[in-house]
Design a binder for this molecule. Structure first.
Ligand code: F6P
Length: 537
């Protein structure tokens, strides 16, 4: 009641309606409406979205759209697109959509057209990426750059590494790309173990340029470079920075001419189309990079303009709310049937869980309902041979997102047919299961029948696109971004701050200073003291 959500008309109606729907099976819904699969789907911007295998009726959808309207979704969506400071805890606009707005468009923040600034940086990135790709930009000893190491963490790592892996097929294979994120020295050591500093460019990616992991790795990279090149002047040829913090970049010793900037209105987990995308642009080339931006923009426009009833991110988000809040589903699986998307679930984990993993509302009150689900997943078909058992026959309800492509990027028959057949079959098996009668008819021993029955009634969405391309990757990422925004609106949490990661960082700093100084103070709880003691012994 406290935060208004659970006292809304639509919410109360959904609560009541859930009592009816929870008894209906997906099988029954398809029996009642044999063309359900032809009606509960949407095609927009080249994405075919099938949401028929869900535990929903027309009434469920109607009430969910009503809920979105009662929550002011359309007004809030417009507020984001027009640059209002909707990130109220940090007093910032939220304008990742401006990062892919076409040149010549206008989005004003504090009297400045940010789209002009975006394109200035894009042009600088294009120029630099061209020089690296052509070999024009050489290292300190005159050798061309062959290795690009992105040092960053969270949004300054996951976007670049996910995009590189996803679009590897389009990348310049003569260049080697590595991504260092972890404070664990093994990450850096392994990333550079076979690289020659003379041919290596480090991209230090950090919005704040103060993040412990990134700065520690950047300093190690600096020493590694100087160890071989023995001249401070080499840093200018081997280090560039992606950041909003010019002062810290200069302090680190990177010439701010070699800095690619962005702005406080770009959240870390929404930053892959900002300067943070430099490694992506170097890998796939400016032309493909602009195609990716165009894909993002298409989905931005779809989300901005399509009515809620025809809006893919809106429907995705409302289905999440339905399962999360009424069926008490705790998690959402994302299952791309495209091996190049292997880091996509990890990327989505930050995007979704750092955004809606919050128990305090925008009004500063504690929620009296569940917020963000856990996102997780692996590419198919690998997942089928590890965790799908639990999705099919476990006790938990796990809504699944299947993502598939009509065409493979490799002409290797019969792989793609087998891959897509598996994806389609999983949705079918989850929804419709297999009855005891079916099993019995197969002549299975009576005792084994319960083990071989599939209850079914497990919901999934399927997203189908033509092929994994830069433009389609852009659409997919933006689709999830906007779905997260809608979930934030429904739950009334701020999807654009991340205060929940601060405490651990502060406590780690305390422990760092304690374990590096003599004598060791023991001023924590007895468990923490014992762990510090064990480490130091
Ligand atoms: O610790 C969380 C976080 O602030 C993320 O939101 C962000 O993407 C990451 O750290 C990295 O931050 P930065 O780009 O400032 O180094």
């Amino acid at each position: 009641m406290k935060n208004g959500l659970t006292s809304l008309e639509a919410w109360k109606a959904l609560d009541k309606h859930y009592q009816d729907v929870k008894r209906i099976t997906i099988k029954e819904l398809f029996r009642q409406d044999t063309i359900r699969g032809n009606s509960l789907n949407l095609s927009a911007e080249g994405i075919y979205f099938d949401y028929s295998k869900h535990r929903i009726t027309g009434k469920t959808l109607g009430l969910l759209f009503k809920l979105a309207r009662e929550r002011g979704l359309e007004t809030k969506r417009n507020a984001m697109f027009s640059g209002e400071k909707i990130n109220i805890t940090e007093h910032r606009s939220v304008l990742h959509i401006a990062l892919r707005a076409p040149k010549g468009s206008t989005i004003m923040v504090d009297g400045v057209n940010v789209v002009d600034q975006v394109h200035e940086v894009l042009e600088k990135m294009t120029d630099f990426a061209g020089k690296i790709r052509s070999g024009e930009w050489s290292g300190f000893t005159g050798k061309p750059i062959r290795n690009i190491v992105n040092i960053g963490i969270g949004g300054s790592d996951l976007g670049p590494v996910m995009a590189y892996e996803a679009l590897k097929h389009y990348s310049k294979r003569e260049l080697t790309f590595r991504f260092v994120s972890n404070i664990d020295g093994s990450d850096f050591a392994e990333a550079v173990h076979d690289l020659n500093p003379e041919e290596t460019l480090f991209i230090v990616a950090s919005k704040t340029f103060t993040t412990l992991e990134t700065m520690t790795n950047a300093h190690t990279a600096r020493s590694w470079t100087l160890n071989k090149l023995s001249d401070e002047a080499a840093i200018g040829r081997h280090f560039v920075a992606l950041s909003t913090n010019e002062k810290e970049v200069a302090k680190f010793g990177i010439d701010t001419k070699n800095m690619f900037g962005f702005w406080d209105w770009v959240g870390g987990r929404y930053s892959m189309t900002s300067a943070i995308g430099l490694s992506t642009m170097i890998a796939i080339g400016p032309e493909h990079y602009y195609e990716m931006l165009a894909g993002f923009h298409k989905m931005d426009e779809h989300f901005r303009t399509a009515p809620l009833e025809k809006n893919i991110p809106v429907i995705m988000a409302l289905l999440n709310v339905w399962y999360n809040n009424f069926f008490n589903a705790q998690t959402q699986a994302v299952l791309p049937y495209e091996n190049y998307l292997k880091r996509f679930p990890a990327y989505l984990q930050q995007m979704t869980m750092e955004s809606t993993g919050k128990y305090i509302t925008l009004d500063g009150q504690k929620v009296d309902y569940q917020t963000g689900p856990v996102y997780w997943g692996e590419p198919g078909t690998n997942g089928q041979h590890s965790f799908y058992q639990l999705i099919h026959q476990g006790t938990k309800l796990i809504p699944c997102d299947f993502i598939g492509f009509k065409e493979s990027l490799h002409n290797l028959p019969p792989h793609q047919d087998y891959l897509m057949a598996n994806m389609i079959a999983q949705g079918e098996a989850l929804a419709f299961g297999k009855t005891a009668e079916d099993v019995r008819n197969e002549g299975v021993d009576e005792k084994l029948i319960p083990h071989k029955v599939f209850e079914g009634n497990r919901p999934s969405s399927t997203f189908f696109l033509d092929k994994l391309s830069p433009v389609n990757l852009g659409k997919l990422v933006a689709m999830y971004e906007h779905s997260v925004f809608v979930q934030g609106v429904i739950w009334n949490v701020n999807p654009f701050d991340q205060m929940g990661v601060e405490l651990g960082k502060v406590l780690a700093q305390n422990i760092i200073s304690e374990i590096q100084q003599e004598p060791k103070p023991a001023r924590h709880d007895s468990s923490t003291n014992a762990l510090i003691h064990f480490y130091l012994k």
